[in-house]
Design a protein around this ligand. Sequence first.
Ligand code: GLV
Length: 426
Amino acid sequence: MEAGHSQGHPAVPPEARDGPQSAPRTPAGPVATVRSPPSLRSPHVINIDDLRRRARRRLPRVVFNYVDGGADDEVTLRENCRVFQDVTFRPRQAVAMSSVDLRTRVLGTELAFPALLAPIGYLRLIHPRGELDAARAAGAAGIGFIQSTISGHALEKTREASTGPVGYQLYLVGGRAASEAAIERARVAGFSALYVTIDTPVAGLRERDFRGGMRELLGGSFASKLRFLPQFVVRPRWVAGFLRDGGVPRLENVVIPGEGPMQLIDVVGALARSRVTWDDFRWIRQAWPGPLVAKGVLTGDDARRAIDHGATGIVVSNHGGRQLDGASATLRALPEVVAAVAGQAEVLMDGGIRRGSDIVKAICLGARAVLVGRAYVYGLAAAGQTGVTRALEILRTDVERTLKLLGCPSIAALDGSYVDGPFGSR
Ligand code: GLV
């Protein structure tokens, strides 16, 4: 079950071993200013699955399973990854290219390659510097970071930490007044876009969290935490970091008027308070003047509805297979959404991205860029900022190599003619 999402990609070709060690260059110039340490380089870490194995060795089981798991039978979680295998490439051979242009523009900002770090909750539990390290690594790699509402570091600090664009993901967990205050803070701090997650009327049934005791970890009595002792003694580095950081963090960006930052609660409780409707979308649109993105769209109809309510961007997403199990894999849903949007909003997608070739396939099917979730969190868990940097090096060099192998000069030139697939491409 746990290996479900690591879709058995074939081994990385030998030339990939050199890629991550050379300074990454695109026509935008060198982008990665932080190099990963030798222990994270090839041949120790060649792909994202290698980082996942390290994350598993670093995190207590309960925390690893929160990151790694999905809803119910995890069918959608697995399918998000597997479906990339249904799309095959149509390369153009004997096209010599010494460099390819990986840049793209997303919601008014340029990215060095077409990826952003997805909003992931509880990052400060995964690593004490959580959002700060992720934002720093994203900025150094020339891409964007999106901060989750369920975050332990103040959004102003995250904004300061990154040299790239930073977006804010909104859950209404603290109610409307707390949300309006966070939106205003994000505006003042210079956040570049607001992402409203629309697929959480309730939390999905994440069985691994129930069995593992995520709820008890975050809020249980001392006695209920004794069950974690066996996993904590074999993860001393995580425990030391967690205790040095003051234990369970607060939700620094959900400030309840008259009360202060909200206590961190488990995802079942948090999402139960995060129900959002298209009516809410109206006041959110009024409160936020910048690019507004609806995250969690899986049909053309909802994409149109989002645009009608002021969205300028759409994320085709099933929440990483963590909400409605049995929902369509996102790559499969993408062409319908792209067609319905008809250029009236930018379409992004997330779910199942473990290779740069996955990113390229998503772009061929109409995405402007992708959001990367677990792929970078495994790196964060393994080694903080340098682990995220390594995950991004892997994905960026994968994208570059894939374009060269395809005979395609740039991200901008990718289209459906480079792929064959069962769900409408060319
Ligand atoms: C948090 O947003 C989660 O879905 O786990």
